[in-house]
Design a protein. Structure first.
Length: 225
């Protein structure tokens, strides 16, 4: 089956790609929606420009779509991109967001495409353990009480997961960040031909709103040994 993977560069879209490849699907495109709004209802925003490097690392063609980030209108913007692609299905990284999944499913139905969400309603702890096993992923955005600037740039590993579980007990933070508590970026994956190295980063942290982002100013691909 020819598919397009909705691709933000974070752990969830990379898991969707990982799953699609393991299913034996022909992944023809990675589709990244570039939102002008940092408050997008549908799309990941931090470091979305780096999907170009990730696409190069995978060898899969990247398709960029652009949206103002206006609620509901951004769904139509996605539809406009997908209707031009020669695919039979779309794969998304939705975990628990009914808002996101319903709209992706709606677009797929309108276009006569199959819709897949392999992580949908996965147990978040089991899911995060699989993410840790498969990917080199780091946190590039936080927006929740209990997560401070020290989390920016931090690798998601077993120790980080233990701390997230404690924060879940204290503040009800979703362990996999599905409530928007944190955003991630994957630097390496089994299907990457080269890993991504950050050359220059800037931490932007607002202690008043308990939110921040790790902005990657420069990065490059490094061949694997």
């Amino acid at each position: 089956m020819r598919v397009a993977v909705l691709y933000s560069g974070g752990k969830d879209s990379n898991y969707a790609l990982y799953w699609a490849l393991n299913q034996g699907f022909e992944v023809k495109y990675l589709v990244s929606m570039i939102s002008e709004s940092e408050e997008s209802y549908m799309y990941h925003v931090p470091n979305i420009h780096l999907t170009e490097l990730q696409a190069e690392a995978t060898g899969i063609q990247l398709i960029k779509g652009f949206t103002s980030g206006e609620k509901e209108k951004e769904v139509e913007d996605l539809r406009g991109v997908l209707e031009e692609l020669d695919v039979e299905g779309i794969v998304a990284g939705a975990l628990a967001s009914e808002y996101q999944k319903r709209r992706v499913d709606m677009v797929a139905q309108e276009l006569g495409l199959e819709s897949f969400a392999p992580a949908w309603h996965r147990d978040p702890v089991d899911y995060m353990r699989e993410i840790i096993r498969i990917f080199d992923a780091v946190i590039v955005g936080v927006s929740a009480y209990g997560l401070d600037g020290e989390w920016l740039g931090r690798k998601i590993d077993e120790k980080a997961l233990e701390e997230l579980l404690e924060l879940h007990r204290k503040y009800k933070i979703h362990v996999a960040g599905e409530g928007g508590e944190f955003e991630t970026f994957v630097r390496d994956a089994p299907f990457f031909r080269a890993r991504i190295v950050f050359d220059e980063v800037e931490k932007i942290w607002d202690g008043y709103t308990y939110s921040g982002v790790l902005v990657v100013r420069r990065a490059h691909l490094e061949q694997k040994l």
